[in-house]
Design a binder for this molecule. Structure first.
Ligand code: 6GU
Length: 276
């Protein structure tokens, strides 16, 4: 997968080089280009923003900067061709490894176009289902807005070269899209086959079955007088799985009851919830 990020604070994206994403870069599963938006600013002051039409506080990012920047990043031309890819923070000697799972088709849209993700608090909520779908993409471009956002015509026009998604990572306001990109990129990249060691570990994620995950325990069996639930030591796989399901149901009911509406509940699940 190829990721490109456009930002006026490219150093903010340095964490992409670390840990899990860094390992995906080393394994050649992922390549990342981070581009300073000011490379596309043409005036002497390299300005990227201007006051909003209609008045009001703050500044709006200029279409004459974003338009050429998105054109170049889509095509790998101009300053985007000269960018150095992010190297992993801890390069190891690992064999390249490729994955060619390409099955997704999008109605009404040309799926050969790269995906443009525009983080904004005014976007659609980003979900685990989005992460699962976007983990199959070949090229994702992130456009980080700052200030009061990007001139809306940029998003409209970009639809000629991209499949565009405006997304929010939650109901709160950040200063800019950079941190949201770190969040979204990590959620996507960990789902690419070969990135996580354990294949099963994301089938059991919170949200994958619509429920929050229940508690986990490791050794020692007793710690500060607190015991691990004995059922986990029983060795009975079916009983352990039933207990985990019960814990997931009860935790979801306690902290995110609205999620239960989207979960298929067996009569046994329902009786656990009624008793809980
Ligand atoms: Cl995706 N961007 C910004 N700037 N603020 C946010 C957000 C995104 N999601 C929640 N708040």
């Amino acid at each position: 997968m190829r990721l490109d990020v456009l930002s006026i604070f490219p150093e903010y994206l340095d964490p992409l080089r670390h840990a899990l994403l860094g390992r995906a870069i080393e394994k050649d599963i992922l390549s990342v280009g981070v581009h300073d938006l000011r490379q596309w600013a043409s005036d002497v002051h390299r300005s990227v923003d201007d006051s909003p039409y209609g008045g009001g506080p703050g500044m709006v990012m200029k279409p004459e900067v974003w338009g050429p920047a998105l054109d170049d990043v889509a095509d790998g031309t101009g300053p985007a061709a000269r960018a150095e890819d992010l190297a992993s923070a801890n390069p190891h000697l690992l064999r390249p490894q490729h994955d060619d799972s390409d099955t997704e088709t999008q109605a009404e849209e040309d799926s050969d176009l790269p995906l443009l993700i525009v983080p904004t608090p005014a976007g659609k909520p980003f979900t685990q289902a989005d992460a699962q779908s976007w983990a199959k993409e070949h090229h994702i471009v992130f456009a980080c807005g700052r200030y009061e956002g990007i001139d809306q015509r940029v998003v409209e026009d970009a639809a000629q070269r991209y499949r565009v998604r405006e997304v929010s990572i939650g109901d709160y306001v950040l200063i800019g899209g950079e941190v949201a990109v770190l969040v979204i990129a990590e959620a996507i990249v960990r789902l690419i086959p070969g990135v996580l060691g354990n294949r099963r570990s994301h089938e059991e994620d919170s949200f994958s079955d619509g429920l929050l995950e229940g508690p986990s325990y490791t050794k020692p069996r007793v710690w500060r007088e607190l015991e691990v639930p004995p059922v986990l030591l029983s060795g009975n796989h079916a009983i352990v799985e039933r207990w985990r399901r019960d814990q997931a149901l009860l935790r979801t009911q306690a902290v995110r009851p609205e999620l239960l509406a989207g979960v298929e509940l067996t009569p046994q699940d329902q009786s656990v919830l009624d008793r809980g």
